[in-house]
Write a protein that binds this ligand. Structure first.
Ligand SMILES: Nc1ncnc2c1ncn2[C@@H]1O[C@H](COP(=O)(O)OP(=O)(O)OP(=O)(O)O)[C@@H](O)[C@H]1O
Ligand SMILES: [Mg+2]
Length: 252
């Protein structure tokens, strides 16, 4: 991934994620529900990528499949050239810890830990960098989200926007190349939402790829690339790819 050129010409952008013919079907004795229906798209490295659509369109399901938290019923995902499906649970967890920072709608900070302890915990759990560097890395992440002065506060002593910025600091702790966020501003007022979104967007200038889910067309419009979902289908956007016929995979 190039970090020296923050805005490479489109033709030269590498592909971070290549998704082909992704489907997710849930079947029980009574009915068969198609949650995602044959989605194919690519996410360019360094993009600010929106998964947009109304409630129930399949956004969270798709995001969970992209990060290997959930499995597709059929189809393939190449994530930085690696087939997500080829990894077992252990390998996936390791891979995710190193490569993907996750930001949640409801922040998910541990309430009894201070802001800096929440960030430290991410380093402790993943052990991607030596213990001697944990403090410095935590301070750096808090600085990056503009909350160095709130390091000792508990989440309950922070505003919603500040809590989400701490959650972003935590997601950045292991220096993942990719951040994924499911409705990261869905629980914030519009001014705070814009500030948090600006922070997420600014991370692409440091070479990160930010993939976010939103039902808000205005936030989706700020993406560099997007797909629009409706009832589990892609109905628009500019992340589409031409896929070769017959590349579907057999059932998992
Ligand atoms: N385990 C499941 N069993 C049956 N249906 C499911 C399951 N998980 C999700 N669904 C259905 O799949 C559809 C897509 O769900 P998903 O959570 O991906 O939507 P979403 O776009 O993220 O919605 P929201 O904006 O409300 O978060 C919904 O209709 C949901 O009810
Ligand atoms: Mg959702």
């Amino acid at each position: 991934m190039s970090t020296t050129n923050s805005n490479p010409p489109e033709a030269h952008r590498e592909t971070l994620v290549q998704a082909e013919h992704l489907s997710r079907v849930i079947e029980n004795k009574v009915q068969r529900t198609v949650i995602l229906d044959d989605l194919s798209f690519r996410i360019p490295t360094g993009s600010l990528f929106a998964i947009n659509g109304p409630s129930g369109s399949g956004k969270s399901t798709l995001l969970n499949i992209l990060t290997g938290i959930d499995q597709p019923t059929s189809g393939t995902i190449l994530f930085m050239g690696q087939a997500i499906r080829s990894m077992n649970e252990n390998q996936l967890a390791k891979w995710r810890g190193k490569n993907v920072g996750i930001v949640f709608q409801f922040f998910q900070l541990l309430p009894t830990l201070t802001a800096e302890e929440n960030v430290l915990l991410a380093l402790e759990l993943s052990r991607t960098i030596p213990r001697s560097q944990w403090r410095a890395r935590t301070a750096e992440c808090l600085e990056l989200v503009g909350l160095a002065d709130k390091a000792k506060r508990l989440p309950s002593e922070l505003s919603g926007g500040q809590q989400q910025r701490i959650a972003i600091a935590r997601a950045l702790a292991n220096q993942p190349p990719v951040l994924v966020a499911d409705e990261p501003t869905g629980n914030l007022d519009s001014k705070t939402a814009n500030e948090v979104f600006d922070l997420l967007a600014s991370l692409t200038q440091q070479g990160k790829t930010v993939i976010y889910v939103t039902h808000d067309p205005l936030l989706a419009a700020r993406a560099t690339h997007r797909i629009n979902l409706l009832d589990g289908k892609i109905v628009g956007g500019d992340g589409l790819v031409a896929v070769t016929a017959g590349s579907e995979e057999a059932e998992a």
